[in-house]
Design a protein around this ligand. Structure first.
Ligand SMILES: [Zn+2]
Length: 167
């Protein structure tokens, strides 16, 4: 079990664009497992490779409370979106901040699993929200990008305060 270091906003490395994975080998499988361990330890329900300073298109998700359904998505692509839903979101890279974001209510995602097999998954509710949030990380997008400038500046101030308290 290996824990990876999670980058925190406003670290500019969170804004880098992730590359598709060309070959799924042992190192990719190990990375995905380490990402799951890191996500469970945090604890969180999703983690994208750019959050652990790896610019590859890999995300991991488990929305169950007993860690019983770890999902690994490599080179994920949303191929269908339906409806819209508001949900409160947080992010392991933006600790202690929770805000409402509007996203598609249901999605279909196409991806490779950890063995390189092409899969499609239809997701709704929390899982759909989580997949969309994590896929955004692959293009350097954060959930606070959906908020108003005023809200973002309040969040930045709150984060600066948290940092000064930690020192
Ligand atoms: Zn996030």
């Amino acid at each position: 079990m290996a824990m990876l270091n999670i980058l925190h906003y406003p670290d500019s490395r969170l804004r880098r664009i992730a590359e598709p994975v060309a070959t799924i080998d042992k190192s990719i499988q190990k990375l995905a497992e380490d990402m799951l361990d890191t996500m469970y330890e945090a604890p969180g329900v999703g983690l994208a490779a750019p959050q652990v300073n790896v610019t590859k298109q890999i995300i991991v998700i488990d929305i169950t409370e007993d860690k019983s359904n770890p999902l690994i998505f490599i080179n994920p692509e949303i191929i269908d979106r339906q409806g819209s839903a508001e949900n409160e979101e947080g992010c392991l890279s933006i600790p202690n901040i929770f805000e409402t974001v509007t996203r598609a209510e249901e999605i279909t995602v196409r991806y490779l699993n950890q063995y390189g097999k092409s899969q499609e998954l239809h997701a709704k509710n929390l899982l759909a929200t989580c997949i969309q949030h994590e896929i955004d990380h692959l293009s350097g997008k954060l959930f606070i990008d959906y908020l108003s400038k005023l809200k973002v500046s309040r969040i930045r101030k709150k984060i600066e305060k948290q940092h000064s308290r930690a020192i």
